[in-house]
Design a protein around this ligand. Sequence first.
Ligand code: FAD
Length: 282
Amino acid sequence: MTDFQRPSQHTFSLELFPPQTPEGAEKLRATRARLALLKPKFFSVTFGAGGSTRDRTFDTVREIQAEGHQAAPHLSCIGSTKESIRTILQQYRANGINRLVALRGDLPSGMAEPGSFRYANELVEFIRTETGDWFHIEVAAYPEYHPQAKSPKDDLLAFKRKVDAGANSAITQYFYNFDAYAHFVDQCQALGVSVPVVPGIMPISSYSNLARFSDNCGAEIPRWMRKKLESFGDDPASIRAFGLDVVGALCEKLLAGGAPGLHFYTLNQAALTTALWQRLKL
Ligand code: FAD
């Protein structure tokens, strides 16, 4: 097995999305209280395309901080002006937030203007120019390649550009193929890109949602997993049990192989992430 990165310290983190309603906010507080028991390094909070969740992302981040945890807001740049990104950076900095997940994002349908930034490396460069080393900047990585990439090589070079622009580390799109991650990290090392690439982990609670999601973001569900998940039909308990086994085994293999941590896409649910965390004895 490849010993890809030999981390001196692992980073285990949890991703949330900002709630849309006061009831959702209340529910998320309860979920967070359960997830906080796991003592993650940080909670990241997603940012809606085109800035649609700007205030809700900020509010959620402030709550997380007030609860005594490190929060890392996501920030996507497509459709935004430099002025609006500058204002957000200043707001975060003034509130002591020093970790960001910097993304391009996707233009929401109906929004034609790409704004001041075309790709995430331009955002990373802008953040560094505006704020120096204040932020620890995470960027996205795609072991199975981004769906819009012209070629695997182009995608890898696009990733390198983000690191060269000043990203400190990366979180991957979720994947279920261990070899895709191992290959990606090997390719990065061959290019001299040595920042930690933390695998993004998607627990499995529903086959139909996962299939829809995966088709959109270019993450592959291997055929054998699809077949098994399909065979469970409308039986959530079997889907969850199978998902815990498969995803738990993937995480074990990743950590044994030297992955520098794990980032869980919690989808604002505590149960499956907690079960995985306990199984892995993190
Ligand atoms: P980029 O790194 O800019 O890459 C986008 C595409 O452009 C790739 O295909 C790349 O190969 C190509 N490319 C890059 N540079 C060039 C160039 N110079 N010329 C030609 N092609 C180029 N989305 C949200 O809206 N909100 C979130 O909070 C959010 N969080 C995420 C968190 C993680 C960990 C991940 C993995 C994804 C997240 N996304 C989020 C989804 C992300 O916004 C989409 O995948 C988006 O399509 C790409 O963003 P990026 O930052 O990876 O873009």
